[in-house]
Design a protein around this ligand. Sequence first.
Ligand code: GLU
Length: 492
Amino acid sequence: MKKKVRVRFAPSPTGYLHIGSLRTALYNFLWAKKNEGDYFLRIEDTDQKRIVPDAVAKLIESLEWANILHNEGVFFGKDGKILEKGKYGPYIQSKRIKIYQKYAHELVEKGKAYCCFCASERLDTLRAVQEKAKLAPAYDKLCLKEVSPEDAKKRITSGEKYVIRFDVPETGETEFSDAVRGKVKFGNKNLDDFVILKSDGYPTYHLAHVVDDHLMKTTLVLRGEEWLPSTPKHILMFRAFGWEAPRYGHLCVILNKGTKKKLSKRDGDVSVEDFMKKGYLPEAVVNFIALLGWNPKTEQELFALDELIKEFDIAKLNKSGAIFDTKKLDWMNGTYIRKKNIKELVELCEPYLEKYKEKLSGEYLEKIVTVERERMRRLADIADGAEIYFETPEYEKKLLLWKEMSEENLQKTLAKSLDIISGVKENGWTLENIKNELMAAADSRNRGEFLWPLRVALTGKEKSPSPWEMAWALGKKESIKRVDKAISLIKT
Ligand code: GLU
């Protein structure tokens, strides 16, 4: 019988979710969904130094925002508190310390790991000597060679501090088949006797995740490339326990477009929260990151989540780095924005216009969104230059002039515009009517000389939406007021 696919996302709660980690979560999720398997969220918080308050809540919020939803593990309860669901819990590693201790000692009993009592001073000296000799830092197995298991037990009972190290074979190679990279081999001599249980009784990541992935029946681990060099250690541990290792797949690195270096916090926006705040839509972010390392091998670029589930295949994951192209993300986001109906978009844009709350009716917001959505790449763009909808524009008279036109001509064209606008009936105040009327007038004279001054009169800006869109949104009364103001400005 085929084993049920079980995958996990296992972040360390560092306070924010990196966009690359969201991709890891997404790929695992897609694989589970595609195979009708389980996808669970495990919190890897054994590094007590890195604990950040509320980090788990933030993580779940980001995942929920992206719609990358797990069916097992750590969740928000109805009261907003963190709770766990699933038969393999606890799913928060700091609640599993005893389990790790038991398994670490089991490896010692099996002769696959040993207790090490070396003081940090000795390790520092050893490292310095190795560094001088241009050797990679590695523990020299002193405690394995010189402390018998009986002595070790006595020393532990007498309260001496110790760590447990894994006994890595000094020769041979560890090989495994990576789901993304194919066969990968590492020489054991390059692997240090790494610590699996620290002197405070906490496990290291190596031990904790191996134990958990075994007990939680993980079948595939898709994770960042940075874990590839540690994977032989993990494979060796699975073998030492006599367990079957899950399949590992190491995802390509995500690169900054300019520097071609790994995308990091220094590059600006990297956390999911940053993207959320700027008004990227979850559909767009998910679609965009799905393509950072997965090649659907078709021309298709826009994928809804259910299409991703259908098309995603670990056999199509790339090894080489993926470039994070913000321009492409912006394009994609704009496309998704324009797929939204006006009502949805109005709701999404409203928070960005908070500062104009007092002057903003539902109807007016709907008009603004209708006018602005064509040029929007992010929801936050709605606020860029939004003052034209709320404040009487201030501008210099000369901005009203199109190229070489004379003031006399300017006055005439604005008077004509005023005439047209005043002539459109309130109940016929539609975008189409206003456009038709204005364009008819524009076509019978110099277009620029007619449309430019009107647009500037309505907005006070060199660049803005068209005069008919602006007039429509502003309404008849306000449009007349603004054109009037422009006319009186010429006279000064
Ligand atoms: N806790 C590790 C991290 O945050 C997970 C690595 C893994 O998926 O095995 O990167």
